[in-house]
Ligand binder design. Structure first.
Ligand code: SAH
Ligand code: F3S
Length: 436
């Protein structure tokens, strides 16, 4: 029996895709291993969203190139968004690679592996308008068995000008609600107590008569002991109906990731996001009115094409105004052949991008700290997910707002709901004591 090892870069969707790949290959008689050194096949599931993500993968390929010198029969395959973006060009540049496979072609993986074994190098980067892998039961890679990712849609039709995802993941398509419900029920029966519904823009989910708010309701109805999260939402499509559904179910977590990207309407237009600063502020107002305890996180890009200091200040002022609980912050990275690369000049210098990014990070760190400070002394119901990275004796879980709380207790409560009182905090985490 041949063994394979898979490593995953990038977003949660990639983690979810790796779980599909493990399932597909196990069905074909391959054995999954966590140790690349003993593996016959190494698969690298990649991200292409920023140049840095691709550089990291290239570094990893050098390691596998060296390994292949002592193990000439080793098969190495590149999966995911970087594979889709570079297509067979990368086969020429990287002799270590035996095959390349894009996100919609994983059903062909075993064929590509078999070809590689007889010395034929190949790429399958065909994008599909229909593929949702909905008949594949993912093999969960998270060892705790508490929280599971469930993908509900694939691809993206938004075409934000800076983004490569529509080119690497293809057209937007939704998976049937029936297959999603079945997968969630199955996870619950296996002991999972939280699911995160995944899509590049979950708000655009639509299958036959079911929209995203209705899907969320159906999932929440499965069991009140099952927590439901979702990611990622899109400001333009974030509906009042969704806010109402969130308010009516205790088990729909009060936490929303709503990427804003910039606080300047002029830049948002250039980004082709389809909303203005005012529109975004109005969405947050609507959320806060109905869900006052809901946490909100965001994504920010610093130094997009033509961004001035004035635009940058508007981003800072938006952060200050909205006081996000947390944020992912990036320097703009030009990506080949998307709208921004073809139509604009990447004219903000590296130095300015770095300065603006550090100003954004500095401000957000202060705000994240303040957000945690407000939780001091409060008691939260948390779902215990596992042991903390630093020590086996320390456990961690999340509250409904998606904040991590670390506390001491016996491992046997993993997967259970407990009340924990916050006793101290850092900018990144809350520390607490279990309430008996
Ligand atoms: N809708 C997707 C977005 C994927 S990309 C989702 O499910 O999260 C994640 C984030 O990366 C974006 O929100 C954006 O802030 C950032 N990003 C995308 N393209 C980028 C680029 N070219 N340079 C820098 N950051 C980028
Ligand atoms: Fe990218 Fe915009 Fe879609 S950021 S993934 S094109 S919503």
């Amino acid at each position: 029996m041949k063994t394979f090892y898979i490593e995953t870069y990038g977003c949660q969707m990639n983690v979810s895709d790796s779980e599909l790949v493990v399932s597909l290959l196990k069905d074909k008689g391959y054995k999954h291993t966590d140790n690349y050194k003993n593996s016959d096949i190494i698969l690298v599931n990649t991200c292409a969203v920023r140049a840095k993500a691709e550089l990291r993968v290239k570094g990893k390929l050098t390691l596998y190139k060296n390994l292949k010198k002592s193990k000439p029969d080793l098969t190495v395959g590149l999966l995911g968004c970087m594979a889709q973006r570079t297509k067979d060009k990368l086969l020429e540049q990287e002799p270590v690679l035996d095959f390349i496979v894009g996100p919609d072609a994983y059903r062909d993986l075993h064929n590509l592996i078999e070809k590689a074994e007889i010395g034929q190098r190949a790429a399958n980067v065909i994008l599909s308008k229909e593929e949702t892998y909905e008949d594949i039961a993912p093999v969960r890679l998270d060892k705790n068995g508490v929280s599971a990712f469930v993908s509900i849609s694939r691809g993206c039709d938004n075409m934000c000008s800076f983004c490569i995802v529509p080119f690497t993941r293809g057209r937007e398509r939704s998976r049937s609600d029936k297959s999603i419900i079945e997968e969630v029920k199955d996870a619950f029966a296996k002991g999972y107590r939280e699911v995160t519904l995944l899509g590049q823009n979950v708000d655009k989910y639509y299958f036959e008569e079911t929209n995203f708010a209705q899907l969320l309701q159906k999932v929440a109805n499965i069991d009140e002991k099952l927590r439901v999260r979702f990611s990622t939402s899109y400001p333009q499509d974030f509906s009042n109906e969704l806010i109402q559904i969130m308010a009516s179910y205790k088990n729909i977590c009060k936490s929303i990731h709503l990427p804003v990207q910039s606080g300047s309407t002029r830049i948002l237009e250039k980004m082709r996001r389809g909303y203005s600063r005012e529109w975004y502020l109005d969405r947050i107002k609507a959320i806060k009115e109905t869900l006052p305890t809901c946490s909100i996180s965001t994504d920010i890009i610093a130094g997009f094409c033509s961004e001035t200091d004035e635009d940058h200040k508007e981003t800072l002022s938006l952060l200050e105004l909205l006081k996000f609980d947390s944020a992912f912050m990036f320097k703009y990275s030009e990506r080949p052949n998307n709208y921004a690369q073809r139509n604009y000049i990447d004219d903000v210098t590296e130095e300015t991008k770095s300065r603006r990014l550090s100003e954004i990070i500095e401000l957000q760190s202060k705000l994240s700290y303040q957000s945690n400070e407000k939780d001091m002394g409060k008691t939260f119901e948390i779902l215990v997910e596992g042991t903390s990275k630093r020590s086996e004796k320390r456990l961690f879980g999340r509250n409904t707002q998606n904040k991590v709380i670390i506390f001491d207790c016996d491992k046997k409560i993993i997967g259970k709901y407990v009340n924990v009182k916050v006793t101290s905090f850092t900018q990144a985490t809350l520390l607490g004591e279990i309430c008996s």
